[in-house]
Design a protein. Structure first.
Lengths: 237, 255
């Protein structure tokens, strides 16, 4: 393990008001058109897919008081099998300690997995990611349990108002001890998020589109529920 | 060691501009996600998207990687014909009562940098040895005013978080830093932010020396790299700009 490849950072996220809604994939074009009508410019990155891996103890327990995960940006989405160790885009080890503060580290996949599974390796984080180190110090060995993947389009109105549309939302589950995840579900809806630096988000209505607000903590709760059902079915196979 | 061996050795690293010369190209980052931009750019540099540019793993004999810096920049200036002029920047690491003076002077554009949409200027950065403790700040500013002959006014502060990687042109051996940042003025709403990317010339691997020929070559490389960036992010993620952080600060504070 070469420490020189590790570089920690502690980013304080801008205070923005965010709100999110689901809508049917069949209405995606209507939502895009509405944003363009409102003057938003559409843009996409060369690597538009975001992949995130979540970890837990074999008992299902996760670090409390924040989250720790692996994330990467790619243009090679996974179809039915999600291989953490497959080459391609770099993985970033991310810890979110308190609201608005994120710590990140570039890690090769093997190092990232070791930081989760082997508590004796975590000492490396003490100086690099002090907040994340404290989070991880409260739990034992962690293993990949679930992963998410979505394709993000960015819409920008001005310096403070932005929106994103996430599509092709997929969820993968990992069998205990495995580094490969298998498709366990896909969302039938896409996700619209509004971000405002001015602290005000006007209510959005799009004719003929049913925008269903995303409740707080929906994402975590959905992954947990989906995984529990998926692993139960796998155990019964 | 022969000159050729010296030239090929990566422990040698030369600047082709005079000392303190800063040469950079910049663009607004519309998505305001400097980490997301740099993370993707690192991978694209690795998969050949920006050929002949790739991520540099070392600068001279110094290993490099993804960098992150969080700093405060306190701007001081004066007004001339109702226009604000930047005189002095005091750089402060968060939570540390020490300031490092920095002065940037736009130099006469003798190399035609403007034709390449590149800013070239002389930058005098204070070293740690020149740091000013908070208790001596008033005295330092009074001395500065006396020497500059201008009455200094505090303009504002920029809270800057910046990600950086180093990029090398594999054909020429020239190195650049690719930076993406997000800036706030603490007195404004935290969501009002300026996000920019910058490409900054760092030096050439091997032995070289300042020359007009080399400087022209650097400007041509800026053209190539800027064109590649604008082509990869053609949907508008980045947009070339000449707005400085000081200009943005003055505008946002409505001064």
């Amino acid at each position: 393990m070469r420490l020189i490849e590790l570089s920690g950072d502690r980013e304080i996220m801008p205070a923005r008001v965010e709100t999110g809604s689901f809508f049917s994939t069949t209405d995606t074009e209507k939502v895009r058109q509405k944003l363009l009508e409102l003057g938003y410019l559409q843009m996409a990155y060369e690597k538009p897919f975001t992949q995130t891996v979540y970890f837990a103890e074999p008992s299902g327990r996760t670090p409390s008081g924040g989250y720790v995960r692996l994330r990467r940006y790619t243009n090679a989405p996974s179809a039915t099998v999600f291989d953490v160790t497959a080459g391609g885009s770099s993985w970033y080890f991310e810890g979110k300690i308190t609201q608005g503060v994120k710590e990140r580290l570039v890690v090769p996949a093997g190092v990232g997995l070791a930081l989760f599974s082997d508590p004796s390796v975590r000492g490396l984080l003490k100086d690099l990611l002090p907040g994340t180190y404290i989070l991880l110090d409260r739990v034992g060995s962690l293993y990949p349990v679930a992963a998410t993947q979505w394709r993000r389009e960015h819409y920008v109105l001005n310096e403070t108002e932005r929106a994103t549309i996430d599509s092709s939302l997929k969820y993968f589950g990992f069998l205990p001890g495995e580094q490969k995840g298998y498709l366990m579900g896909e969302d039938s809806g896409n996700r619209l998020e509004w971000k405002s630096g001015r602290g005000i988000i006007p209510p959005l209505e799009i004719e003929g589109v049913n925008l269903v607000p995303i409740p707080p903590k929906w994402h975590e709760a959905t992954i947990r529920k989906m995984y529990n059902e998926w692993i139960k079915a796998k155990n019964n196979e | 060691m022969s000159n050729q061996e010296k030239g090929l050795s990566t422990i040698y690293f030369s600047k082709e501009f005079p000392p303190n010369w800063e040469v950079e190209w910049k663009a607004d980052l519309a998505t305001q996600d400097p980490f997301g931009f740099i993370a993707r750019a690192r991978d694209s540099l690795g998969d050949g998207t920006f050929y002949p540019f790739t991520e540099a793993k070392s600068m001279g004999n110094m290993p490099t990687g993804l960098g992150f810096h969080h700093l405060f920049f306190h701007y001081y200036g004066h007004q001339e014909d109702s226009k604000w002029i930047r005189d002095l920047v005091l750089v402060q690491p968060p939570g540390i009562p020490v300031f490092i003076p920095q002065i940037k002077i736009t130099a006469p554009d003798e190399i035609g940098a403007a034709d390449h949409h590149v800013v070239s200027r002389v930058e005098h950065k204070g070293s740690l040895a020149q740091r000013v403790p908070r208790v001596r700040l008033k005295e330092y500013l009074a001395d500065f005013e006396e020497q500059a002959g201008n009455r200094l006014s505090f303009v504002g502060t920029i809270d800057r978080q910046r990600y950086s990687i180093f990029v090398t042109n594999t054909l020429s051996g020239r190195n650049y830093s690719l930076l993406a940042d997000i800036c706030h003025e603490p007195r404004l709403s935290l969501g009002v932010a300026l996000s920019q990317i910058e490409v900054e010339y760092k030096g050439i691997s091997g032995v070289s020396y300042p020359s007009r020929l080399a400087q022209k070559a650097v400007l041509e490389e800026f053209d190539i790299l800027a064109a590649k960036l604008l082509s990869v992010y053609e949907s508008g993620v980045i947009k070339p700009t000449s707005i400085t952080k000081f200009d943005w600060l003055v505008k946002q504070l409505d001064l």
